[in-house]
Ligand binder design. Structure first.
Ligand code: XMP
Length: 428
């Protein structure tokens, strides 16, 4: 293994994620573990050069004072204790870079060897060790996380990774084609492409209620994926794009900070897969850096957040094929114009949606009765609240012009000025 590691033991510390990031920023890899991690577990981890006890208020959690496995104090690995007074090792009340650097590089004798190249090399080795010459299945949505996992696994086990891409008809323009092009044509993946468009749209036919739509899309997705999995022989592993924020809760309470593995996306119990989660210790920006290093296109790596139910929640009310096409085409125009205006990557999320209502307009000197399209462009840190991007008027003008002229069936464009709250980012 190429990377040194610092283990952060969570004794109720309130900023373990930030601490892990601070250590990584200094060029040393680190992971967070619950306070009851045993000395045997730590010894089994590769290249552990130091341990940091990350304590919180009096190290009391759920009314109970806590400490670590006492044998850890004598295991010979340099230790630093934060807000966890102990006579057994060096203690500090807070942590600045100077103190941290002195611990990392003088006491723990770490090398600055945390970088993407080494991470990828280590993961490739770990994946090969875990999987051997068996097969791994992956649901490849085209989202950042699953794409990076696919690229890593292709590097590690090549054709023994079997990717399944389900096109549910609710993806953005050219997305399914892009997934097939990048993974099958360029990276040589074993990729099963499932055209489930009719199946999804039939199931959704006439369904208006947003939550019911979401449930149908989610359940049908698992059904399709499961059917494909059953057709395949000899698959023992399932890869998932779990990332670190999915595992580490911010503001943790010790012991609960590191959650158990996610369940296998709702697959039935009789399908027994072991999980492969090679990016589960990466933060989002690190996942992107990993993707770039593996040669994925920027459009995939910097893809803006896109809801699982896709355009299904942007085609309001009962989904119809004509309106779905309107939202897909207008969204493509919006993204193209944002890119040209240099806004790609600057505005957090932007898309169009279409309500289920027509309005009167005029086209070629005649009355028209067509749909409006609504533009949404928001900025946020955590998606819990959001503000509206103050778009340039000329840009709005240009986008409006293109949409009403290029998208068949649309005669009006509106800009949603509602922050979250009171609006949510999506309309459904
Ligand atoms: P709301 O509409 O709740 O959206 O303000 C907050 C963020 O979450 C995204 N979103 C989803 N992401 N599955 C996802 O993976 C979903 O079902 C889902 N619904 C909303 C939304 O696009 C926004 O970024």
């Amino acid at each position: 293994m190429k990377q040194d590691m610092i283990v952060i033991l969570d004794l109720g510390g309130e900023s373990n994620s930030a601490l892990a990031r601070q250590i990584r920023a200094l060029g040393v890899y680190s992971e967070i573990y619950p306070h009851d991690t045993t000395v045997a577990q730590i010894k089994a981890m590769p290249n552990v050069k130091g341990i940091i006890l990350s304590g919180g208020k009096n190290n009391i959690v759920d009314g109970r004072a806590i400490d670590i496995d006492p044998a850890i104090y004598d295991c010979g690995i340099p230790m630093l204790s934060l807000k966890h007074p102990t006579e057994r090792c060096k203690c500090a009340d807070g942590l600045n870079d100077a103190l941290l650097e002195s611990f990392l590089f003088s006491d723990a004798k770490c090398e600055k060897n945390w970088n993407m190249e080494n991470f990828i090399a280590d993961q490739v080795e770990l994946i090969r060790r875990q999987v051997g010459n068996k097969k791994v299945l992956l649901a490849l949505s085209g989202g950042v996380d699953s794409s990076v996992v696919a690229a890593l696994l292709i590097k590690a086990i090549g054709k023994n990774l079997v990717c399944v891409h389900v096109n549910h008809g609710l993806l953005r323009k050219n997305e399914p084609e892009e997934v097939v092009r990048v993974f099958r044509d360029e990276l040589g993946a074993t990729l099963i492409y499932v055209d489930a468009v009719d199946r999804f749209l039939d199931k959704l036919n006439g369904v208006e209620e947003p939550e019911t739509k979401r449930k149908i899309i989610g359940a049908e997705f698992i059904r399709v994926f499961e059917e494909e999995a059953r057709k395949l022989d000899g698959i023992d592993f399932l890869a998932q794009g779990t990332i670190y924020p999915d595992i580490v809760e911010s503001g943790t309470k010790t012991g609960k900070s590191v959650k158990a593995h996610h369940n296998v996306g709702g697959l039935p119990d009789d399908m027994k897969f072991e999980l492969v989660e090679p990016v589960k210790y990466l933060f989002k920006d690190e996942v992107r850096a990993c993707g770039l290093q593996l040669g994925l296109p920027e459009s995939m790596v910097y893809r803006q957040p896109f809801p699982g139910p896709g355009l299904g929640v942007r085609c309001l009310g009962a989904i119809t094929r004509d309106r779905l096409e309107c939202v897909r085409e207008s969204d493509a125009i919006l993204r193209e114009e944002f890119k040209k205006a240099g806004l790609e990557g600057k505005v957090w999320q932007y898309f169009t949606l279409i309500p289920d209502v027509k309005s009167v307009g005029v086209r070629d000197d005649a009355r028209s009765f067509e749909y409006p399209v609504i533009i949404r462009a928001v900025n946020t840190v955590d998606a819990m609240t959001a503000t509206i991007e103050r778009l340039d008027w000329d840009l709005l003008d240009k986008i409006t012009n293109r949409i009403v002229n290029e998208v068949k069936g649309v005669n009006r464009v509106c800009y949603d000025l509602t922050p979250k709250p009171t609006g949510t980012i999506e309309w459904e």
